[in-house]
Design a protein around this ligand. Structure first.
Ligand SMILES: [Zn+2]
Length: 90
């Protein structure tokens, strides 16, 4: 996979507001020839984003292939906050 600068926040935007959670997964689409990095997402949005990518693939907006999530290595634990109460209700 090509090395790219990663955003420091989850790529999901909901109701016009960007998610502020730190990214925990890099999302890419793996095709026969290549691997395309799509963005990053937090744990909470992993399922949401994979559903979204499948519909983008059906519309032909992103390459067809397997949607792949790669867990980012934690850079530091003190800035990662997670609690079940923070879950976003869709
Ligand atoms: Zn998020």
């Amino acid at each position: 996979m090509k090395k790219l600068l990663l955003p420091d926040k989850c790529s999901i935007k909901e109701n016009g507001r960007s998610c502020v959670n730190p990214p925990e997964h890099v999302i890419s689409v793996v095709t026969h020839q290549d691997e395309y990095m799509i963005g990053v997402c937090c744990e909470n949005h992993k399922n949401l984003i994979s559903g979204k990518l499948e519909s983008l693939q059906r519309e032909g907006k992103i390459p067809q292939g397997k949607i792949n999530f790669v867990k980012l290595k934690a850079v530091g634990t003190d800035c990662i906050r997670s609690s079940p109460d923070d879950l976003i209700h869709l």
